[in-house]
Design a protein around this ligand. Structure first.
Ligand code: PXG
Length: 463
């Protein structure tokens, strides 16, 4: 069998369930229901092996920022592969696309971040965080500063360190995680956990959990705090405005490195190049992946501030860490072509002042729907919280997650990819989405909410 849609869907599905172990998948359910086989994509549109078209409301998996099927990226990679498909960056060797990409990233990132450590994914970027911050403090004569504070319900990847930094209980339960030296504090999730507090008061409360944890363990033990500017996979948790300034203050007060995981927020998603700029975070390190190449080839990286680099380079010798594919020339060529599109088409500005506000207005209006307890959105990343008894925030569907899955399935039927997290619906469309396509997405989302509501009314799950 070749990877082509010339083969019947049933045969592909049968082979898929016999041989292919998918990520984050219940294999029995997949075997029973069969996978949806995507065969091509252009712009914001996907097509499956039966010819059905879907509006890609998730930009692949939060990554296709420039949209699908951009031939100039394919051509850049083709040209690079003909010249030098692969060479390593170990042993004092380098290659032009990786060098040019490092320079470009230093130009695009906030001014104090001028170096990048390349890797293959967001998970590897966050593994690099763990290695680098511990090395940093040991070079400064503080080898006991090893603990990294992260947040409950965060997502930082699926490797042992990535999943340990993440705060996903079901992941921890399956593999003896978190690994030692990683602890978690509450997330700034006002809708779900804010109780009677206003969002602003709750934002301060959530930030101060960091201070409490630092005091509890002792600042001399804490190496870093890591967080996504907006939590993505956790359900598009947009922090209250009071949260990040307070976190920044606390990290500075106790001399704790601040790490922003920009894997989702980076490369225009919030209407700034990086979510850190949107919130004024000024991190010491920034993990990047996804939008770096818009998913055309796998690549990640860790942007390193002058403060950290000066110590690593000034005081260190060998940093004993690296990947075969660090600085992969073909991936770097894809990234350069992708960044050139983002710049040329002014996609970041477009999210800030054109499609972002245009889309947000309609998305936030979905908050009026009887099933939606809250609609929220920054740039082009948003969520709808589905609730059984509006306006109550505290009453949830039981068991949690079933309604989200139902709504997601109805959305697929309606030709729209939305992702469900618990019982909230998530979107993060390509940054190139047109006004007409945005209208169409909203129309399909509204239809999906209506149909979900009718189904829930029928079986008494909404009042
Ligand atoms: N950090 C963040 C913030 C992410 O969202 C990673 C790190 C890990 O990146 P890699 O490239 O190793 O996957 C991610 C990835 C979901 C989902 O269901 C989200 C991600 C990955 C898989 C599923 O929303 N984000």
């Amino acid at each position: 069998m070749t990877a082509s849609n010339r083969y019947p869907t049933a045969a592909l599905r049968a082979s898929d369930s016999r041989h292919y172990m998918h990520p984050f998948t219940d294999y029995k359910a997949l075997a029973e229901e069969g996978s949806r086989i995507i065969v091509k994509a252009k712009g914001v549109w996907l097509e499956d092996s039966d010819g059905k078209k879907y509006l890609d409301g998730m930009a692949g998996l939060w990554c296709s920022n420039v949209g699908h099927g951009r031939e100039e990226i394919a051509e850049a990679v083709y040209e690079q592969m003909k010249e030098l498909a692969y060479y390593n960056s170990f042993f004092k060797t380098s290659n032009p696309p990786a060098i040019l990409l490092a320079e470009k990233l230093a130009e695009l990132a906030p001014p104090h971040l001028n170096r990048v450590f390349f890797c293959g994914s967001g998970s590897e970027a966050n593994d690099t965080v763990v290695r680098l911050v511990r090395y940093y403090w040991s070079l400064l004569g503080k080898p006991e500063k090893t603990v990294i504070i992260a947040r409950q319900n965060a997502y930082h990847g699926s490797t042992m360190a990535g999943a340990s930094l993440g705060g996903m209980q079901p992941m921890h339960a399956q593999g003896g995680m978190p690994i030692p030296g990683i602890v978690h504090i509450p997330q700034p999730y006002w809708f779900g956990e804010g109780g009677d507090m206003t969002p602003e008061v709750f934002g301060l409360w959530a930030a101060r959990q960091l201070e409490i944890k630092i005091e509890e363990m002792g600042p001399d033990k804490i190496a870093a705090f890591i967080a996504e500017p907006i939590q993505g996979a956790g359900g598009v948790i947009i922090p209250p405005s009071t949260y990040w300034p307070e976190v920044k203050r606390i990290c500075a007060k106790y001399d704790i490195l601040l790490v922003a995981d920009e894997v989702i927020c980076g490369f225009g998603r919030t209407g700034r190049w990086f979510g850190s700029e949107y919130y004024g975070i000024e991190p010491d390190l920034m993990s990047i992946a996804k939008g770096l190449t818009s998913g055309y080839l796998p690549m990640g990286g860790l942007l390193v501030s002058d403060r950290v680099a000066d110590v690593i380079i000034g005081l260190g010798d060998d940093f004993n860490h690296g990947y075969t594919y660090s600085g992969h020339p073909s991936c770097a060529a894809a990234a350069l072509a992708n960044l050139a599109i983002i710049e040329r088409e002014k996609l970041v500005q477009r999210v800030a002042s054109d499609i972002g506000p245009y889309f947000q207005k309609q998305w936030l209006a979905l908050g009026e729907h009887p099933l939606v307890g809250e609609a929220r959105m920054v740039g082009l990343i948003g969520a709808l919280e589905l609730v059984p008894n509006k306006p109550s925030r505290t009453e949830k569907f039981a068991p949690v997650g079933k309604v989200g899955t139902l709504c997601r399935d109805i959305s697929f039927e309606n030709g729209l990819v939305m992702r469900a997290t618990r019982d909230s619906m998530i979107i993060s469309p390509p940054l190139v989405i047109s006004h007409d396509e945005a209208d169409e997405l909203i129309r399909r989302a509204k239809k999906t909410l209506d149909e979900t509501y009718v189904a829930l009314k029928k079986d008494g799950r909404v009042k």
